[in-house]
Design a protein around this ligand. Structure first.
Ligand SMILES: Cc1ncc(COP(=O)(O)O)c(C=O)c1O
Length: 438
């Protein structure tokens, strides 16, 4: 279908009314992108020009429900008024100091974030990968200086199918060939266990193990929720062996699961937690490691830092994000909308429309499409034609992570779009029903 002819029902939108860039087409921008950018991404063919709440507009005036939300960077929606007000005020007053001096926002941000995470100290950074790198450095330094591991011997246990970012140390322990291959030599000191299987972690622990690094729910892998008891077993295992539990909640944390932190789902308190994405309110990159003083306290002046980490603009926005989460209303709303999301997912699966399974928690879902019907990418391309933005991951999974601010009408729109998109694929591929769905 020619997507130019699409009108998205009650959400129909006219670019002329909103001052779109005249003459700029989707194709123009995509061609320029292909000419000037290293092609490290494979975006869907939509060029976003503006956004508000859960909705975005493209350069040709079409509207879409954003069901990726910047991989959860936009948990509070696009252009969140409360966050914008803080950002505007701070922009006018002070944006950057470096940590060579103090600024009047950072300590407030750190105190309230530490309280929210029920822990002691904060290391502010910018991107998620930097936060993970920071946690790795802190865990190793703790291992040598506190646990007494011999120099250079520390090991950290990670999970299969992990995703923690794109830096060379982090991709060293990735089992995704795209992320990993041809970027060596690799950083040693990591051992990979099976996500969800605490025994496989236990089998790798030795006297030089300083940490277990785990995403409580694996986002990039397709919203993989571990069996109940996994996180708790890891907590017990770590405590019993004097090993740090590091929870990477960069994608799963800050309300996405209907709880403030994903680990809260299982009542687990990690020693270190990495946060990012939504911490910057979708406005600026803000990440952090939060953790206990006995671990983060080992880092001394000159041993770690970042020019922009903890800058006053980031701290002001991060502080407001923390305050919003402390009020609990976004988590509550995510839980309520999450109930509806699950009902809709169950209906969709029951209709046997080519959905071969789904995982779901809070306002987060991974839908697996029967491979004979199409790929996750193809489903996302069809969804685009029905006014929904979503992102495939690992072949046959489509991840749904809309802003936590969506309402019932938005959810209805999403699931109507999903049904229609699946129907489109079935029409193009009528033979699929006759075959096995896997
Ligand atoms: C769990 C997790 N950790 C780390 C990262 C890396 O964050 P960034 O892209 O901000 O470096 C991501 C990004 O998707 C993530 O999902």
């Amino acid at each position: 279908m020619d997507h130019k002819s699409l009108v998205h029902g009650m959400h129909a939108f006219h670019a002329e009314d909103q001052g779109s860039s005249p003459g700029v087409t989707t194709d123009d921008v995509i061609n320029e992108d292909r000419q000037w950018l290293a092609q490290t991404y494979h975006p869907l063919p939509v060029v976003i020009r503006s956004a508000h709440g859960a909705w975005v507009e493209d350069v040709e005036g079409r509207r879409y429900l954003d069901c990726l939300a910047g991989y959860s960077a936009l948990n509070f929606g696009h252009g969140n008024e409360r966050l914008l007000a803080v950002a505007r005020e701070q922009l006018e007053r002070l944006t950057m100091t470096s940590r060579a001096f103090y600024n009047d926002k950072l300590a407030d941000f750190a105190r309230e974030l530490a309280h929210l995470a029920r822990t002691d100290l904060v290391v502010p950074m910018n991107t998620g990968a930097e936060a993970v790198e920071t946690a790795i450095k802190a865990a190793r330094a703790w291992g040598y200086r506190v646990k007494g591991v011999s120099a250079g011997k520390a090991n950290i246990i990670v999970m299969d199918s992990n995703f923690h970012g794109r830096t060379t140390t982090i991709i060293s322990f990735s089992d995704d060939p795209d992320a990993h291959d041809d970027f060596g030599p690799y950083t040693p000191g990591f051992r990979r266990a099976v996500f969800g299987d605490a025994n496989s972690v236990a089998a790798l622990v030795d006297e030089n193990t300083v940490a277990v690094l785990v995403e409580p729910i694996q986002g990039e892998a397709g919203v993989i929720i571990p069996p109940d008891g996994f996180l708790r077993r890891l907590r017990e295992l770590c405590t019993a062996n004097n090993v740090l539990l590091i929870a990477d909640e960069i994608q799963s944390g800050l309300g996405r699961t209907g709880t403030t932190f994903a680990c809260d789902l299982w009542g687990v308190q990690p020693d270190l937690r990495t946060l990012g994405k939504a911490l910057g309110g979708g406005i600026v990159p803000v990440s952090a490691v939060v953790g206990t003083a006995d671990v983060l306290g080992v880092l001394k002046p000159g041993q770690h830092g970042s020019t922009f980490g903890g800058n006053p603009l980031a701290a002001a926005i991060g502080l407001e994000v923390v305050r919003m989460l402390a009020e609990e209303s976004h988590q509550e709303h995510a839980r309520a909308m999450g109930v509806l999301m699950r009902e809709n997912l169950e209906k969709l699966e029951a209709k046997n429309m080519g959905v071969s399974g789904f995982s779901h928690i809070g306002l987060w879902a991974g839908i697996t499409i029967a491979p004979r019907l199409g790929t996750g990418r193809q489903l996302c391309e069809k969804l685009l034609l029905h006014g929904v933005l979503a992102k495939d991951t690992h072949g046959s999974t489509v991840r749904l992570s809309p802003p936590l601010t969506i309402d019932e009408a938005d959810l209805a729109f999403l699931f109507e779009g999903l049904e229609a998109a699946i129907d489109d694929l079935a029409v193009e591929n009528p033979a699929w029903r006759g075959k096995s769905h896997s």
